[in-house]
Ligand binder design. Sequence first.
Ligand code: MEV
Length: 364
Amino acid sequence: MVQASAPGKCILFGEHAVVYGQPAVAVAIDQRMSVELSLSNDWRIDGMSFHPDRHPHVEALKQRLWDLGPALSIKISGNIPPASGLGSSAALSVAASAALRCARGRQMVDDDWAEGWTAARPGSIYDGPWTSSKGDSVVNGADCVDEDECAILAHAVEAYAQGGRASPLDSSACAHGGCIVLSDKIEDNLNWIYTRSLNGVSWHVHSVDLSNIDDVWLVIGSTGIHAPTSEQVEKVANLIKEQPGKMREIETIGIVSRRGIAALMSGDMESVGRAMSENHLLLRSLGVSCPELEVLISAAAPSSLGVKLTGAGGGGCMIALTRNPKMTSEAIELAGGRTLISKLASDGMKIDNDGGTPLWNPYE
Ligand code: MEV
C-alpha cells in the first residue's frame, strides 16, 4: 500500500492577478489531502467504480504516470473543504502524483531521470505522456519521489481543468509547503526554485523562510458556497475583455503583493495585514467577492491584522491574519462561517507509507 499527502494552501496576496503574471504569495496550511493506492481487480475510487469524468485530476495523472499499469483502488481523504479556495484539487493532484510515482518507481540512466520528467528541463512537459528511454537502474519507494515533479504534474492537470489558465501558485505551495512567492522576475532576495511558463506567461517560483514568524495565525472562514476556480478565472477574463481598464486593478494587486512580500520578509505583520485588506478591496472591484464573504470579512476585521478573500472567490473562503485566533474564529462563526485555524507555513508533500513498492514495475 502506498500513501502520500499534501497540504492545502491559502493565498495571502495576488490571486487572479497572478494568472496575468503579477506577483503572488501562498502559504501551505495545516489541513491536508491524502491519497492511498493499493492493487485491485478493477479501478475503484473510495470503494466505487472509477469514473474519469468525475475525477478529471486523477484521470489526467493516471494517464501520465500509470498508463498501461494494473488496476488500483484509490482512497482519498482529508480535511480541506472542496471548491473553497484552499487548494483541495492541487493538494489532491500533488498527493496523487507523489503516490503514483512512489508506486511505480523511477528509471535512471547515468544517475539522471530516464523519463525526462523534470522541472529543470524545458520542453513540452505539459503535453505528456513521455516516451521512456532505456535506463540502467530503477529507484523505488519514497526515494524516487520529487517535489518539483509533483508540482509540475499538478500544475499541468490544474491548467487542463481550468481551460489552460492556471498559475503554478497552488501546485507549488501544495508540493513544497512553507511560503511560495511567484514573480514576473527572479527576485534577488528570495530563494528561486524554478521558472514555469504556460500560454505565454512565465512565473518565477521562489520560497521564503517564515520559520521565525510564530505569533500570528490564519483563521480561515468558509462561506460554505462552492465556487469552482475555472468559473471565477473566466469571469475575470471576460471582465477584462469587456472593460480593458480593469487591467489597472490587476497591476495594482501586483504592487500591493510586492509591498506584502517586503513586509513578510521583514516580519512586519501589521503591514502584511494592511496589504491583505487592501488586496481584498481590489479583488472586490474585480467582481470576485460576494455578500457572504463580505459578512465574514467584516466580522473578522476588528480582531485581525488583515482580512481578505482567499483563492478564486465567488464564495469559498476568507482569511484573517490574527494574533488572537480564538476571538477571530468566534467572530466568524457568530457571523455564520465555519472556521479552520492554521499556522502560516505548514509542511509540504510527504510519503506517509511506501510499503510493498513498487506496485507496478513498468521497467522490466
Ligand atoms: C486559485 O486558487 C488562484 C487563482 O489565482 C487561479 C490561479 O492562480 O490559477 C484564482
